[in-house]
Design a protein around this ligand. Structure first.
Ligand SMILES: C[S@@+](CC[C@H](N)C(=O)[O-])C[C@H]1O[C@@H](n2cnc3c(N)ncnc32)[C@H](O)[C@@H]1O
Length: 210
């Protein structure tokens, strides 16, 4: 008979938040239940850890409304919900990420609203409701650059105070970053963490700390 494994072996603990590893029994059960294609919403991506680290020195108003686009399993939003009581909505084109997001929120004792739709479908009137628009690892195909730029510009014109997009530095991200620096006053921040792995990522930031 197999010895029961301690559950925290299946979690990555970072800044007071527990992230699910693919080996977690709940994740394995969901994977058995689900089949088919996912646009990479199949794990927690490392940029979200780096964004959490950046957000730890961030002055967000309590209970701010935050929209996490391409949220996947929603780690950075969970961090904000836990630490700032942010009202986070996770948006993802793939509805299959929702049970993973729910599981990850549950083990962290918080709640994240979820909506299954594309970020391209967001309207200005909806964006006006959010203090912050953020995303981690969501600019990975060339064809994502233009719609993401249009979304960011629309959000700024709607009054969204802060935009944060974290990325490992793929070419489509740099195209987006260049346009946002030139046309929307964005800055690009290089951020490195040493735990749970040594990794360096880039954050496209607009507003928020002025
Ligand atoms: C690489 S994963 C990143 C997930 C999560 N943000 C993280 O850092 O762990 C990219 C996510 O973007 C979602 N996605 C891709 N295209 C999208 C679109 N047009 N609108 C909304 N979500 C999208 C995918 O379904 C996937 O969950």
């Amino acid at each position: 008979m197999k010895k029961p494994q301690p559950l925290d072996k299946h979690l990555i603990s970072f800044m007071g938040i527990n992230a699910l590893r693919s080996s977690h029994p709940g994740v394995r059960q969901l994977k058995r239940q689900q089949q088919g294609h996912s646009a990479h919403g199949n794990k927690v991506w490392r940029s979200s850890f780096v964004l959490m680290d950046y957000l730890s020195s961030w002055e967000i108003p309590e209970r701010a409304k935050v929209l996490d686009i391409g949220c996947g399993w929603g780690l950075a939003g969970i961090y904000l919900a836990k630490n700032y009581q942010a009202q986070v909505t996770g948006l993802d084109i793939d509805e299959k990420v929702q049970p993973y997001l729910n599981l990850q929120a549950e083990i962290n004792h918080c709640f994240i609203e979820f909506t299954a739709r594309s970020f391209q479908s967001l309207q200005k009137s909806e964006l006006a409701n959010y203090h912050t628009l953020m995303g981690t690892d969501i600019c990975f195909w060339d064809e994502m650059t233009s719609p993401l730029f249009d979304l960011i510009a629309l959000a700024r014109s709607a009054g969204t105070e802060q935009i944060l997009i974290a990325d490992p530095g793929r070419p489509p991200f740099w195209d987006l970053a260049e346009r946002c620096v030139a046309e929307l006053g964005a800055e690009i921040i290089t951020r490195r963490i040493y735990e749970p792995w040594k990794t360096e990522k880039f954050i496209l930031a607009i507003g928020g700390r002025d």
